[in-house]
Design a protein around this ligand. Structure first.
Ligand SMILES: C[S@@+](CC[C@H](N)C(=O)[O-])C[C@H]1O[C@@H](n2cnc3c(N)ncnc32)[C@H](O)[C@@H]1O
Length: 272
């Protein structure tokens, strides 16, 4: 199995870069155009060819950092922008990066991570830890369903699911269907501005903390019954002769379904 670095580098070598828009996208450009402070510290993780960073740099923004796990797009960026500060081009795994930023820009990065709950939680946690107090996570998240095919990137998601991860660390300023997407992405992406919350989330407030899957299922069954659960999470083990054991067996090996069940649990038992 290849590492993430090898995987992405191979995609660039094979020119399998269907996500590459060749220019800054309109929603991000529109967002940048209303920023008054050109010294603001901006990070673009999983930046790829980073046309947005190039745009910012040309507009006079002095503190833009781009980060990618693969050296190829960073090299390409450097060739296009020889005067861009070298120290702001970082070849690194995002999850190992340290720093403090005022704004982090998301675009087709979240959707490139293998969609296990662990990765998505790590994403939200890391984004928050890299932001200064009141820092903002701004960008675009795809709005189409996650398929069962874990080989198929980009991985989709829903507004509700993204909020499920991000609201532990961020308050939502804006999160809605983008009105000015590039034509290929029209009606397929959400534009969001998330502001870092002051306090760290207390695990005690997270109803999933310390819960086994078995306990989660038992509580859901007791509260809702199988029929409602089948209505909310369309999987065969809830629909056909459902039992606790058969559901546990399926959910333990099917991360996307487990995640939906956990989301149902959060919806059912969260206090606010
Ligand atoms: C789908 S591409 C999107 C690139 C760019 N954001 C764009 O919109 O064109 C995902 C990018 O994330 C990078 N990437 C994936 N996992 C990463 C990680 N853990 N840390 C840093 N970069 C990563 C890949 O190398 C790739 O350039």
């Amino acid at each position: 199995m290849s590492t993430e670095k090898e995987y992405w580098t191979q995609r660039y070598q094979d020119k399998l870069t269907g996500w590459d828009t060749g220019a800054p996208t309109i929603p991000l450009k529109t967002y940048f155009d209303q920023l008054a402070n050109k010294q603001v510290r901006i990070l673009i993780p999983g930046a790829g060819n980073a046309y947005e960073a190039e745009y910012l740099f040309k507009q006079g923004f002095t503190n833009v950092t781009i980060l990618d796990i693969s050296p190829i797009p960073l090299e390409q960026f450097k060739n296009r922008n020889p005067s861009f500060p070298e120290e702001h081009l970082i070849e690194k795994d995002f999850f190992k990066h340290k720093g403090s930023y005022d704004i982090i820009i998301e675009q087709t990065f979240f959707c490139s991570l293998v969609p296990q709950k662990m990765n998505r939680v790590k994403y939200a946690t890391k984004m928050s830890s890299l932001l200064a107090p009141e820092g903002k996570l701004v960008g675009l998240w795809f709005d189409f369903p996650l398929t069962e095919d874990l080989e198929k990137r980009p991985f989709g998601g829903t507004q509700e699911e993204y909020i499920g991860y991000l609201n532990l660390y961020f308050r939502i300023h804006t999160f809605e269907r983008a009105y000015n997407s590039i034509p290929e992405r029209a009606d397929k992406e959400l534009f969001g501005i998330f502001i870092k919350k002051h306090t760290k989330p207390k695990q005690a407030n997270n109803p999933l903390h310390g819960k086994t899957l078995k306990a989660i299922l038992e509580e859901l069954i007791a509260k809702h019954g199988w029929e409602y659960m089948d209505d909310q999470v369309r999987i065969n083990c809830f629909a056909l002769n459902p039992t606790l054991n058969s559901s546990l067996k399926f959910l333990r090996k099917t991360p996307w379904a487990r995640e939906k069940v956990e989301q149902l649990y959060l919806r059912s038992f969260s206090k606010s």
